[in-house]
Structure formats: structure tokens, C-alpha cells
Write a protein of this length. Structure first.
Length: 270
């Protein structure tokens, strides 16, 4: 009672009081803000397990990170920086490239104006070792084709289904039609791996998650990872917060809090 904790839950966290199993709570490390704690678990567990458990990231390898200025993207960039000499390609709109370069992305690519696969090939003709794929559809095929021998694509979302504020049935049909498919026999000749990741279906794997969170807390305490907060919104501005993401304006995490952050009282002038 009274401990500051981070919590994992599949849903139901946009409220003032939540009820979660004790096994899904994790003590916050010293010096961490509640906003950082809200931004840490889902994105950093996802990025960590994709890069290290599935991806087996090692020194001198190369990684393509889509949506590099989003929550998982930034977590993945920071985690790549904990391994020696990893070359990072990152897709994002042009306005976010300066931030990405400062964060350690060697090659930011504007996916809106360029074919990212062509851009990667210009710099690295053989392709990359790992692709993080939150897009789905035809982009998973592009990812697979961009892999070097012994490369891995880890798919963990289908962002191509989301094209705006409303469901777009055409986009859904197109994404479904273009969804990547390969047989075990075809894989045999390629020397490549395809992995699927969904944190929501790991919630029973308590020991596994605890071991990942312990590593992340250690990295945070060493100053090697730090969640990037884009903006903080009170519950009554949830529509504006969603718009911030839908219009792809955010760099880092969009956080909801029950009440508007209080302004710091100005110190009295001497």
C-alpha cells in the first residue's frame, strides 16, 4: 500500500481508479515521473522483446524502424543504442527527422515522399538485418524482401488499416488482400525469419514479463533509456489528444491524466 507502481492491462486504463492483478504491477524506479511510468511498459517491453528476444540484435547490425517517432519507435531507437555500432534506418514525416537524427537514427526516411525500400537499398544494397513492422499489408512483403540472409521481420501491428478518423473499408480490404503470406517450404530457401508479436497475448507470462521489466528498469536507472513524452492531456480533452496522434503530430507518447496539470506557482519577486 502506498507504493508507486506501473501497471499492465489490456484495456480499461482511461479512468481515475483501476483494478489490476498484483502480478501486473511493477515498482517505479527512483526519480521516474508518473507520466514516464505510463509511457514505459507497453512500448519498451514491445521494443525490447522484438529487438532482443525475436531479433537477436547484435553489434554491427542494421535495423529498419517504421513510425520511428512514435512510442515503440523511440523505445526501439534507444534500445538499439545500447548495442555497439547498430545502424538505424527510421521512417517518419520530414518534420521529425531532426529529432530522429539527434536520437541516433543514421538514416531518417520520409515515407510520404520517398519509397523507403529504395532509399534503404541505396545506402545498404544488401538490405538490413531486422525490420520492425507495425504496418502490415504490402509493407510486410517489402520488409521481408529488404532482409539480408539470416534477417528477421517482426510484425506487431496493422497500422495500414487506420487511414483517418473513420473506418475505411477500402483500406481494410486492400490491407487484407495485400497481407504477406509465405509457406514453411518457401522460407527454407530464403534463410530469413518472420515473427509475430502481440504483448496483449503474453499477459499470462508473468515471469517472462517480470524479467524484461527488470532489465528495462535497470537501463532506465543507468540513464540509457528515457520515455519521450510528446504531450499531456486531461481526460476532458481526450478528443484533442486522439487528434494529435491521428494527424501524426506527436513525437513520443501522448499521455492522458485525470486532471489538467497544475501550473507551478510563480515565485514572489524579491
Amino acid at each position: 500500500v502506498g507504493d508507486k507502481v506501473m501497471v499492465l492491462a489490456r484495456s480499461g486504463l482511461w479512468q481515475e481508479v483501476v483494478n489490476v492483478p498484483a502480478s501486473h504491477t511493477f515498482p517505479m524506479p527512483e526519480g521516474m515521473s508518473f507520466e514516464e511510468a505510463a509511457a514505459l511498459l507497453v512500448n519498451y517491453i514491445t521494443a525490447y522483446m522484438i529487438l532482443f528476444d525475436f531479433g537477436n540484435l547484435r553489434p554491427n547490425q542494421s535495423v529498419l524502424i517504421h513510425m520511428a517517432a512514435g512510442g515503440v519507435g523511440i523505445a526501439a531507437i534507444q534500445l538499439c543504442k545500447t548495442v555497439e555500432n547498430v545502424t538505424i534506418f527510421g521512417t517518419a514525416s520530414a518534420s521529425k527527422h531532426e529529432y530522429l537524427k539527434e536520437s541516433g537514427v543514421a538514416h531518417p526516411i520520409d515515407y510520404r515522399t520517398m519509397d523507403y525500400a529504395e532509399e534503404v537499398r541505396k545506402i545498404s544494397p544488401k538490405g538490413v538485418d531486422i525490420v520492425l513492422d507495425p504496418l502490415g499489408g504490402s509493407d510486410t512483403s517489402k520488409a521481408f524482401n529488404l532482409l539480408k540472409p539470416m534477417g528477421k521481420v517482426i510484425t506487431y501491428g496493422v497500422a495500414n488499416l487506420l487511414t483517418g478518423q473513420k473506418k475505411n473499408l477500402m483500406a481494410m480490404a486492400k490491407t487484407w488482400w495485400n497481407q504477406f503470406s509465405i509457406t514453411a517450404l518457401q522460407l527454407l530457401h530464403q534463410n530469413k525469419a518472420v515473427c509475430g508479436y502481440h504483448l496483449g497475448y503474453l499477459d499470462e507470462e508473468v515471469e517472462l514479463l517480470r524479467s524484461v521489466v527488470a532489465k528495462l528498469v535497470n537501463l532506465y536507472s543507468q540513464g540509457k533509456i528515457k520515455p519521450k513524452i510528446d504531450s499531456v492531456w486531461p481526460f476532458d480533452q481526450v478528443a484533442e489528444a486522439m487528434k494529435q496522434m491521428q494527424e501524426k503530430k506527436n513525437v513520443g507518447k501522448v499521455i492522458l491524466v485525470p486532471e489538467a496539470p497544475k501550473e507551478e506557482p510563480k515565485k514572489a519577486e524579491n
